[in-house]
Design a protein around this ligand. Structure first.
Ligand code: ZN
Ligand code: ZN
Length: 343
């Protein structure tokens, strides 16, 4: 049997990945697996695992050969528990990767591809004691890929030497990323790129990805760059996510977009509550993605946020607790004091 090349994909499934991001990752992963399956070297040696993280980290797929690999369902949730993901990764490597001994040549050093688009919201420093870049011998080759505009690259640089930036999070950008990942895994599986240090030389980067070589400054501990609020459509009752971005000029959060959610994505949303953002920092609401109503309010009875137009003074039934509320700006029960979650 050939030496195995363990490949661990650590995928950030926080709320900021919702919409295009997570769907592009799903498609990219699917294409990657089907391409590697028709590559004889890869088919022989590549073993793939997927670890996802939101408010917690979990093994979505344990280390599995390409033939048996089944794509995981990727669900977005609040939170960015990078520390937990790193801890889980080192446990899995310990458990799944065969070490080289006097008698046997074990697996190749695992290739870890960490994909994240935000700032970690948990303690990520402690798990680095086992995985950090200064540890010798290195337990794994970690490539950290920061996507979007809100990445704290200084944290990624403390995890690994190889930090990449992909600012555009559109589907084409992710497609290029996965073509590159596939080519890199494929060439690594031939063992040709392995240097004395056990480091792989990955393929040339596509034009949408650059290596972050200069030391990045830590993002300030100021207000979170983005906040997310969960709401329900008042007419259809379906859940959705409202996305806000901090506007430093006005010192408030501007609504940027809303995304339809599944009930599964809506559940457990209270697990990772962050400190409250004063409601007056939220400048309005994005339109409901189900019925286009341009605004939101919340129920004084159960706290559910729902789509509501400030100009519509008709009564509204709360989609959370079915209380009939007087809507509109004069409404007694509808206000916009809400909790938010980070991601
Ligand atoms: Zn609606
Ligand atoms: Zn209610």
């Amino acid at each position: 049997m050939n030496r195995r090349l363990p490949v661990y994909l650590l995928i950030d499934c926080s709320e900021s990945m919702i919409g295009g991001g997570i769907e592009s990752v799903r498609q990219g992963l699917s294409t990657m697996v089907s391409k590697l399956r028709i590559d004889p070297h890869a088919l022989d040696s590549v073993f793939l695992s997927v670890i996802t993280f939101d408010s917690a980290a979990r093994v979505a797929v344990p280390l599995t050969g390409l033939v048996d690999f089944q794509e995981p369902k990727l669900i977005t949730k609040p939170g960015t528990a990078l520390g937990q993901a790193l801890k889980l990764l080192s446990q899995q490597i310990e458990k799944e990767v065969q070490k080289t001994s006097h008698q046997t040549k074990g697996d190749y050093r695992p290739l870890v591809l960490l994909l994240t688009d935000g700032q970690p919201l948990d303690d990520w420093k402690a798990p680095l004691a086992k995985l950090g870049k200064d540890i010798r011998p290195r337990p794994a080759n970690i490539y950290a890929i920061g996507c979007g505009e809100d990445v704290d690259f200084s944290i990624l640089q403390s995890i690994t030497d190889i930090v990449l930036r992909m600012e555009n999070m559109g589907p084409e950008s992710f497609a290029k990323l996965f073509v590159w990942l596939t080519a890199s895994v494929s060439s690594a599986s031939q063992g040709v790129g392995e240097s004395v240090e056990g480091k792989f030389n990955l393929e040339k980067l596509p034009d949408n990805i650059e290596e972050v070589k200069a030391k990045a400054a830590p993002l300030s501990d100021g207000p979170p760059r983005q906040v997310f609020l969960r709401a329900r459509c008042a007419t259809k009752k379906f859940p959705y996510l409202m996305r806000y971005r901090f506007d430093p000029v006005f010192g408030c959060y501007q609504p940027t977009k809303s995304h339809r959610l599944s009930e599964e994505e809506m559940q457990g949303s209270g697990e990772f509550a962050m400190p409250d953002i004063a409601s007056n920092l939220l400048n309005g609401a994005p339109p409901c993605p189900w019925c286009e109503t341009p605004g939101a309010g919340n129920c004084g009875n159960c706290g559910t946020i729902f789509c509501a137009s400030a100009n519509d003074h008709s009564d509204v039934t709360c989609p959370g607790c079915a209380t009939v509320l007087k809507s509109g700006p004069q409404g007694e029960s509808v206000s916009f004091g809400v909790r938010q979650s980070g991601g």
